[in-house]
Design a protein. Sequence first.
Length: 261
Amino acid sequence: MTKLVVSIVTYRSPIEEVAAAIRSVQASTVSPHILVIDNASGEPYASELKAALPEGVVFHPAERNGGFGYGHNQALLLAPPSDYFLILNPDVRVHPGALETMIAFLGAKPQAGLVAPKVLYEDGRLQPLNKRNPTVLDLVLRRMPDHVLARWPQAQARMARYQMLDVGYDAPCPVEFISGCCMLFRRDILQRLGGFDERFFLYFEDADLTRRVNCISEAWYCPDAVITHRWARASAQSAAMFRVLIESAVQYFTKWGWKWW
């Protein structure tokens, strides 16, 4: 049986970026089975992407753009049996030893079903992606410009708590909300949960899935595994994506209860 399956979902993602993410995974000693699911980007993109993929990578063009979770669920259906299943964004670079470290972490902690690495910006700064379960207030504050928050110490403290900066990023810890940019699952846990809830097109599908993981096992952070993530806040740059963000937030709070603060 394959030890690790890696799922990467694309929608018109920069092709060289996708290839670089795959090369960073292939540099590990785990010899993963890699699937790239393209969410109906259309031609000629799909042909160009397929031609650029490193040898051994399985390419699957999805019939429609059903969203982030839909694409990874397609990979879950197509993948061979494995011990572990990695959700990976195409804008991620996996540092040497990160996959091996996360697999060893899950192996040493049988109660854990999901683990996330330390995430860095491209300039090497910490990207604080561990979060507590969101409230409506947290999401409102998160949309505020930095210069506004700087004049409001209580809001800054609230955001620090939401991003688990009060706990810190130097030691392993349980996490309520793990970012979908890099999620390593024990495969049987992900299968039991049925993968992502496809009602979330984009945004909060990772919050929802982490929360469901924590209902049957535990989600953890492992600082000894490191990745670099080229983070771009699409919802801040596009009115259409901001609308998707709001719709997903409504879906999340409708499902889990409206916690306002």
